[in-house]
Design a protein around this ligand. Structure first.
Ligand code: SF4
Ligand code: SF4
Length: 180
């Protein structure tokens, strides 16, 4: 198909009217407030409902696996085993949390895991306001229980809930009711 374009007028070429039209937009935008920031020197504070990096509470988790069941793409890996232990003078069957991993590189940040968590406050949550998860190696985005709780090597920002006292982890295991 042959397209006929209008022929440029000699006055347009001579007076550079097109360029002036473009510069008009440039000058108009020059004096408007900027919407960009000088990242990483400056950082924007995400909204309270923003879903960012996970945080896990070893103390609160009751090893119920509801978060893993709620995850639509099955990227939460939990291993537990049952143990008989004495709690308040009585023998009780307790769930022991051996593994709590999240393959964050596949996560779509839907927060269904957080919603499914029955503990109050939640044992897994995404409202940490931390969005800087960039890495050179995809495998760095596979987090185990310790990394999800302590965020070693990850920057923390305002908006992150105050750090809780770190539990003493005996035998790398977690039990219901705080017994270990
Ligand atoms: S936020 Fe990620 S881990 Fe949690 S349910 Fe959604 S996809 Fe799964
Ligand atoms: S994080 Fe919440 S839902 Fe997941 S196993 Fe722990 S208590 Fe259950």
């Amino acid at each position: 198909m042959h397209v006929e374009y209008p022929k440029p007028r000699w006055s347009d070429k001579f007076l550079l009217l097109d360029m002036l039209e473009g510069l008009k937009t440039t000058f108009r935008e020059l004096f408007k407030p900027k919407v960009t920031i000088r990242y990483p020197e400056e950082r924007l504070e995400p909204a309270n409902r923003f879903r960012g990096m996970f945080k896990f509470s070893f103390d609160r988790c009751i090893a119920c696996k509801l978060c893993a069941l709620a995850c639509p793409i099955d990227i939460i890996y939990i291993d537990v085993h049952d143990e008989q232990r004495e709690v308040d003078g009585k023998m009780k069957k307790l769930k022991v949390l051996d593994r709590y991993d999240i393959d964050v590189k596949r996560c779509m940040f839907c927060a269904l895991c957080e919603e499914a968590c029955p503990t109050k406050p939640k044992s897994i949550w995404l409202t940490t306001k931390t969005y800087e998860l960039a890495t050179y190696d995809r495998n760095d985005l596979y987090f185990n229980m310790q990394q999800l709780e302590y965020w070693e090597g990850r920057p923390e920002y305002a908006g992150l809930p105050a750090e809780e006292p770190k539990p003493v982890i005996a035998h790398d295991a977690k039990t219901i009711g705080g017994a270990s």
